[in-house]
Structure formats: structure tokens, C-alpha cells
Design a protein around this ligand. Structure first.
Ligand SMILES: NC(=O)c1ccc[n+]([C@@H]2O[C@H](COP(=O)([O-])OP(=O)(O)OC[C@H]3O[C@@H](n4cnc5c(N)ncnc54)[C@H](OP(=O)(O)O)[C@@H]3O)[C@@H](O)[C@H]2O)c1
Length: 264
């Protein structure tokens, strides 16, 4: 039997898409998360907390490749350091890490912690690959859904996003993890850049709702970085093909769309 591939965060949005692709490629998979999950054919679950380090050493033992997809709003640097230390001790041969486009340029605390996590991976002594991906469609939808619940939607001027389909990120991560360690590879984003206002409008149109918009200005250095497009890809990035509009049409309940007499 092959050594299992460890997928940290294998129960999350991205991880749930990655695990079946690894299984289809014939690899046994070990999933690491805090809450665990239901075992399936060729998939075992282990519980560990990357933030404290509890349970991480046994989770990594006997593993050749690690896909590090676990993440949260805080502490990805600390969590990643615990993982890379355990990976080094376990002689892991390849650590593939998902980061975020703009981690090196946007001065926000969670992106700085992603940047520090990238550094921990690169300095780990374990052969590595890091892919910076843009915001997933799923997270973009969660964000605009929350915004659209407000009676007046604040729309930060100049804020643009290039959302990407998580399924395309999953395919790329698996390809990278099963290939040779490649260091920092070209970023991956969606096919188009949208103003936040456009994303909100697309959503409101799709669900047949109207809202007043209030233009606001993002303050500080982070605001400047966003207006400057530092959260967008650099030339040379790989672009996915699935659009935000196609994602919305697929994800939103059809009755809402049909009631308006058309597609999203
Ligand atoms: N979402 C995006 O738009 C986006 C874009 C670019 C990059 N990324 C990066 O891609 C990765 C996956 O994102 P996602 O949207 O799939 O995240 P998600 O849906 O929030 O899933 C996070 C996963 O990590 C696990 N996890 C969180 N904290 C943990 C801890 N302390 N110890 C062990 N496991 C932990 C969670 O399981 P438990 O809660 O059970 O522990 C879950 O399996 C993250 O690193 C994220 O920063 C995301």
C-alpha cells in the first residue's frame, strides 16, 4: 500500500474537493482537522490542532506528501510552523501549501500571517511548493450575501476581486502535490477582475433584490493597497475558466431565478 497523503483542512471548502481527486489518482488519504470526519474508502480522519500542535506529530508520521490546506482567520503562521516542524521530523518529501494572492503585498494582519506561513514552509528544510490563489467563489458569495442583508450596502470604492472556482484550485493543488516540489509557482485566479460593486449587483440581480449602495472609502495603508490592486494577480498568473456568473447560476436556488423569468 502507498504511504497516505496527509491533507490538513481536508474537511474544508477546498479540502473536500481535493480529497476525492487524490483518491481518484489512487492515493490513500489521511485528513487532519480539529473536528474530524467520517471515514470513507481509502480516507482516514485524524484530529489535531495545528494552533497548539496537539496531535500533529502522530498525524504526520508515515506520510510522504502533505497538502497543507487548513487555515483560519488567525494564527496561520503559528499553525504552519507546528506542521512544518512535525513534517521535518517525519522526513516528509513534499509539502504543498495553499496561500493567498496578495499575501506579500497587502498589509492586513491575516495576510501577514499567511506570508509568515509561506516563509515557514520555504524555510522548513522540507521540499515544498506554494500556490497563491485568489478568493474562492464560495467565500465571495458568503461575503456578498452578508452585505446584501444590510438595508444599505456599503461598497468600498476601488476594491476589486478576481474570484476563482475552488474546484479549479483543487485540481491545481493536486497536480502540484503529485508533481515534484516546485517552490513558489504562478498564482491562480479567476478569469475576470470585478469591482466589488459589480459582484454585489450580480448577486442582487440573480436573487431579484434591490438595495441602496453607499460608497465608502477603505482607510489606511490596507485601503491604499486594495485601491492599488495589490490583492490582484501579477502578470504571468494562471487564470481559471469558471466565471462568477456561472457559479451564481449553479449555486443559487433555481426557483428564485425562475420566478424572475430567466437565468442569472
Ligand atoms: N477561501 C478562500 O477564498 C481562499 C482563497 C485563497 C486561499 N485560501 C486558503 O485555502 C485554505 C482552505 O480554505 P477553505 O476556504 O477551504 O477553508 P475552510 O473551509 O474554512 O476550512 C478550513 C479547514 O481547516 C481546518 N482547520 C482550521 N483550523 C484548524 C486547526 N487549528 N487545526 C487543524 N485544522 C484546522 C478546518 O477543520 P476544523 O474546523 O474541524 O479544524 C477545515 O477543515 C486556507 O488556508 C485559506 O487561507 C482560501
Amino acid at each position: 500500500m502507498n504511504a497516505p497523503i496527509l491533507v490538513t483542512g481536508g474537511t474544508g471548502t477546498l479540502g473536500r474537493l481535493v480529497v476525492p481527486l487524490l483518491r481518484d489518482a489512487g492515493h490513500p488519504v489521511r485528513v487532519l482537522s480539529r473536528r474530524g470526519g467520517r471515514p470513507a474508502d481509502g480516507v482516514e480522519h485524524v484530529t489535531a490542532d495545528l494552533l497548539t500542535g496537539a496531535g500533529v506529530d502522530p498525524a504526520v508520521r508515515g506520510v510522504g506528501t502533505v497538502l497543507h490546506l487548513a487555515g483560519g482567520p488567525k494564527g496561520d503562521d503559528v499553525a504552519t510552523r507546528h506542521l512544518v516542524d512535525a513534517a521535518r521530523r517525519a522526513d516528509v518529501r513534499h509539502l504543498a501549501f495553499i496561500s493567498v494572492v496578495g499575501a506579500d503585498r497587502v498589509p492586513l494582519a491575516w495576510l501577514r500571517s499567511k506570508r509568515d506561513a509561506e516563509r515557514a514552509v520555504a524555510g522548513s528544510g522540507v521540499p515544498w511548493t506554494t500556490l497563491r490563489a485568489a478568493q474562492f467563489h464560495d467565500l465571495t458569495l458568503t461575503m456578498v450575501e452578508k452585505m446584501a442583508k444590510l438595508p444599505v450596502v456599503p461598497v468600498p470604492g476601488g476594491l476589486r476581486l478576481q474570484p476563482v472556482d475552488a474546484r479549479e484550485v483543487a485540481v491545481r493543488m493536486v497536480e502540484l502535490a503529485l508533481g515534484a516540489p516546485a517552490g513558489l509557482v504562478p498564482e491562480l485566479a479567476g478569469p475576470r477582475v470585478y469591482g466589488l460593486d459589480e459582484l454585489v449587483t450580480g448577486y442582487l440581480t440573480a436573487v431579484g433584490r434591490r438595495r441602496l449602495r453607499l460608497p465608502v472609502r477603505l482607510p489606511g495603508r490596507a485601503g491604499r493597497a486594495y485601491r492599488n490592486g495589490d490583492n490582484l494577480t501579477r502578470p504571468g498568473a494562471t487564470l481559471g475558466v469558471r466565471t462568477w456568473e456561472a457559479f451564481l447560476a449553479e449555486r443559487l436556488p433555481q426557483p428564485a431565478v425562475e420566478a424572475r423569468g430567466g437565468a442569472a
